[in-house]
Design a protein around this ligand. Structure first.
Ligand SMILES: [Zn+2]
Length: 347
């Protein structure tokens, strides 16, 4: 926000340059007195520029009046302080209100007409009051999301009335919609195969960027459910090489950090997944330890949920998380597979 910038010395040259640009950020920081016409203006006044030789700068309106000048009727320089107070009051109102206040409400609060207030607000903030309120809610939702909240929880916490409004508001601006974060994007080709392993049938699916799903006991229908808008292709030459590497690293666990992944989560989920990948084979961690490694020691439940939302079993080794006290804990594909994976890695 440009209001209430720290005071800096404004030389006559800086002031004149601001006047020539009609720079609104200088409104309220000095006024331009025009000696030939006897009026003083905001730096941003839209009227035709006076000759430099006829101009004298004043630090404020009072000083200009003391020099015998009167306020320009076009740019109303005396209202700058009132404008600033109105904008700040409106921001307060928007930030604290349960629902987004209408333009009419904000205008009444500040004593301006709706059209005039909208213009003042936009001049100061660069956004209309409605856009500002929307940006604020997005920011709050995003902050909650990255702390590991569920999408819906984050939406309501940020003051959205409904989930569909959130998707509408954020569509196109967050890159993907919130639902696409969880479900996978459109316009993507996914190659997949189900292969037999010593732990039963294993589904492997990959985009151009890397493995996007590894699971046990699932088939194409699960992919269609998770990536409803993607084009699903069974097999594929380029995919075969990647598939072979994946199978090898499941059957004979070792370092598989070179296998590319294509996963998408909230910032906190991705931090948890990174923390999982950092657990050396043969070792385990608790949920608390994962939460701490992901940067929020208190978010133990969110770490558990990040674990559960892991799309790529084994390669993001969520099986290496156990309960405090050594209990095996849950696993998406059952305790037998988890136990087997851990047993192999201990060797
Ligand atoms: Zn003026």
């Amino acid at each position: 926000m440009r209001y209430r910038e720290a005071a800096v010395t404004i030389t006559d040259d800086i002031a004149w340059a601001a006047v020539m640009r009609r720079d609104r950020t200088y409104d309220g920081r000095f006024v331009t007195g025009v000696l030939t016409t006897g009026i003083y203006c905001r730096p941003s006044c839209a009227a035709r520029h006076p000759d430099r030789g006829n101009v004298r700068f004043f630090t404020d309106c009072a000083a200009a009046r003391a020099a015998g000048l009167r306020a320009c009727k076009r740019c109303l320089p005396d209202d700058v302080g009132r404008d600033e107070a109105a904008v700040l009051a409106a921001i307060d109102e928007i930030r604290n209100a349960q629902d987004v206040p209408s333009l009419a409400v904000l205008a009444e609060l500040t004593g301006y007409s709706p059209t005039h207030f909208q213009r003042i607000f936009k001049r100061a903030i660069g956004l209309s009051p409605a856009s500002y309120a929307r940006a604020l809610r997005e920011e709050r939702a995003r902050n909650s999301l990255s702390a590991g909240e569920s999408v819906t929880g984050a939406i309501y916490e940020a003051g959205y009335g409904s989930a569909s409004r959130f998707y509408e508001d954020t569509k196109g601006r967050l890159g993907m919609t919130a639902s696409a974060w969880a479900n996978g994007g459109a316009g993507v080709t996914i190659n997949w195969a189900v292969v037999e392993t010593s732990m039963g049938p294993m589904l492997v699916a990959a985009t151009q960027k890397g493995v996007c799903r590894l699971s046990f006991g699932e088939d194409e229908s699960e992919l269609a459910h998770r990536f409803p808008k993607a084009e699903l292709v069974e097999g594929g030459d380029a995919f075969a090489k990647l598939l072979a590497e994946v199978v090898a690293s499941v059957e004979a666990p070792g370092d598989f950090s070179h296998i590319p992944l294509d996963v998408k989560g909230t910032a906190f989920q991705e931090a948890c997944w990174d923390a999982l990948r950092a657990i050396p084979p043969g070792e385990t961690r608790t949920y608390s330890e994962i939460a701490a490694a992901a940067g929020n020691a208190k978010a133990v439940r969110a770490a558990g949920s990040a674990n559960a939302k892991n799309n790529v079993a084994v390669l993001i080794p969520c099986h290496r998380v156990v309960r405090k006290g050594g209990d095996l804990g849950g696993y998406a594909y059952g305790p037998d597979i988890k136990r087997e994976l851990l047993k192999r890695e201990r060797r």
